[in-house]
Design a protein around this ligand. Sequence first.
Ligand SMILES: [Ca+2]
Length: 294
Amino acid sequence: MPASFLRALCLVIPCAVFAGHNGDCPIPSTPALAEQPWPGVNLDFESPSVEMYAHVDPEAWFSAGDFCHTNRNTYISASGIGPWGNIPPASGNQYIALQLANAFIKQRITLPQEVRKSGFTISFSLSMRGSNDAGITLLLDDTQLFSGKHSGDFEKKTVTVNSTLANSLGTSFVITFKSFPTGEGDRTAFLDNVELSALPSSVDGAIIQLTGDSPTVNFGEPDAPICELYLNRAESRLESTCEISTPDHRRLDDGKYAYDPARELEALKAEITELRRTVNKLIMPTASIEVGDR
Ligand SMILES: [Ca+2]
């Protein structure tokens, strides 16, 4: 059936009857998506607010389907719709419905560097219209992470994006939920309460390890460093050709770290006093001589 004929017919007959004729119903290209901040916007489909249900784009998402089903692909639905089974939302008061073949929603989300390193989880809840047999497929960019279905009250699913996959996504990614059609006609899947959560970092902090016989940190140009910090192996001591200052702009050779004659004198006096006590103990049994001040 030619696409032009289908398009004309779609104007007078509900296009649901053509579901599955995807060869005649090309899927429109996705426009450049505005980047939403991590961990995503309107993931619980509470905006815009609707009464009962409405064919509207959820805020921050791009929603569409193939040509024949334009405006018949996605709904935002409020709870308590009898024909759809009175299934309560998994979060808030609304969820989204992907009704026909090739219906989808997409959102581009910023991926912070720390989340690229740790990886993250994607959890979401899905269900379907009671009399249907419908599912949902989840993709990150072009990578499929989940495809499945559930009937009855919303059921939570969780998939893990490990650090290897997360790091391959770059600084942002497109998350897509699309219908997983099990047949022609009305195959309405429900989606709600999408959540993205960073995995805990495997290590708190970081370790810098310098190996080799002469570990050195150079400051400045590689071939002409301004100064360097290096290990004196013989004395197990870090040494620097730089002057090292404290935050209050004192150098380490100032103050308590500097040579202090008065402090040295007091230390010597204490050592002498201790030495006298030791000598007196040794000579007392055999002599009456007592070592004292002169
Ligand atoms: Ca919700």
